[in-house]
Design a protein around this ligand. Structure first.
Ligand SMILES: NC(=O)c1ccc[n+]([C@@H]2O[C@H](COP(=O)([O-])OP(=O)(O)OC[C@H]3O[C@@H](n4cnc5c(N)ncnc54)[C@H](OP(=O)(O)O)[C@@H]3O)[C@@H](O)[C@H]2O)c1
Length: 270
């Protein structure tokens, strides 16, 4: 059996990834997120063995609990770790301040690093194995009102590149996926889907799940989803003044989206 753990598996990209991985013969899944009922329903609907653990990944004891679950339920084996759980709270820095940067870092960066620290020994012991970090095109190109989110994804990308080089010799492949706009519960992209001008740039979680599969079991290092988003990342390096002009001009407001986290908790964590 190949044991694969997906964080943020209750909805969106993580759920689609669990469903995609479950199609591979011999897969045993571990589903992690906070909402237990959704994890249980998904585990019961999958065509492969699946266990689940409801945990807030920002909690101090989360890494220890996830590792204990793997040891108790899966003999400590881990062949694939998908670090996918994440969220975004929109708002300018002047409005939301350091508190908003901190909560993004806690979930989108620190929680990933802390979980990886706890599980890397299991990945190495199960090698050949793989880890896929779900970053974002926003980790290459930053827009207004998404600075805190972008900072957390820029950090994730830098750290992931380093880990790729370090873990190669240990048989742990490190892959990374950089989605653009994807329609999910957390990132509904309603503003983009309502306009004919921008509707076509929104993709589906299943497309990202396929890219995660390619960057995990498939052994690829990196994938933008959809692929043309890579052009924006390249332009940021090759033509920075052009990108700055476009993203600080009036047309950039067409790319403004709100998230579920905005609705649930408001833009300012205080
Ligand atoms: N959709 C996009 O446009 C887009 C674009 C680029 C990158 N991404 C990245 O893709 C990843 C998945 O996002 P998504 O679009 O699928 O959003 P989503 O539908 O909101 O899914 C986020 C997942 O993370 C889990 N989660 C959130 N906070 C958590 C916490 N504290 N502890 C444990 N689990 C937590 C949520 O489950 P519970 O609420 O049950 O805990 C949920 O399963 C994120 O890292 C996001 O940054 C998304």
């Amino acid at each position: 059996m190949a044991v694969a753990l997906v964080t943020g598996a209750s909805t969106g990209i993580g759920k689609a990834t669990a469903i995609r991985l479950a199609r591979d013969p011999g897969t045993e899944l571990v589903l992690v997120a906070r909402r237990e009922e959704m994890l249980r329903e998904l585990a019961e609907s999958l065509p492969c063995p699946a266990t689940y653990l409801a945990v807030d990944l920002t909690a101090d004891d989360a890494p220890r609990r996830v590792r204990a679950h793997l040891e108790a339920e899966h003999g400590g084996a881990l062949h694939l770790l998908v670090n996918n759980a994440g969220a975004a709270w929109r708002g300018s820095f002047a409005e939301t301040g350091y508190a908003n940067v901190r909560r993004h870092m806690e979930l989108n960066f620190d929680a990933v690093v802390r979980l990886t620290e706890a599980l890397l020994p299991l990945l190495r012991a199960s090698a050949p194995s793989a880890m896929v970090n779900v970053a974002s095109t926003a980790g290459r190109v930053s827009r207004a009102r998404t600075g805190a989110y972008s900072a957390s994804k820029f950090a994730l990308i830098g750290w992931t590149d380093s880990l790729y080089a370090e873990e190669k010799a240990h048989g742990v492949h490190i892959g990374m996926v950089l989605p653009g706009f994807v329609r999910t519960e957390g990132f509904p992209a309603t503003e983009l889907r309502e306009k004919a001008l921008t509707r076509w740039i929104v993709s589906e979680p299943e497309t990202v799940a396929e890219a995660i599969h390619q960057c995990g079991p498939g052994g690829r290092a990196e994938r933008y989803v959809p692929r043309p988003y890579g052009v924006a990342a390249a332009l940021r390096i090759l033509a920075p003044s052009l990108v700055r002009r476009v993203l600080s001009g009036g047309a950039a407001s067409n790319l403004t989206t709100s998230t579920a986290a905005d609705r649930d908790q408001g833009p300012n964590p205080g």
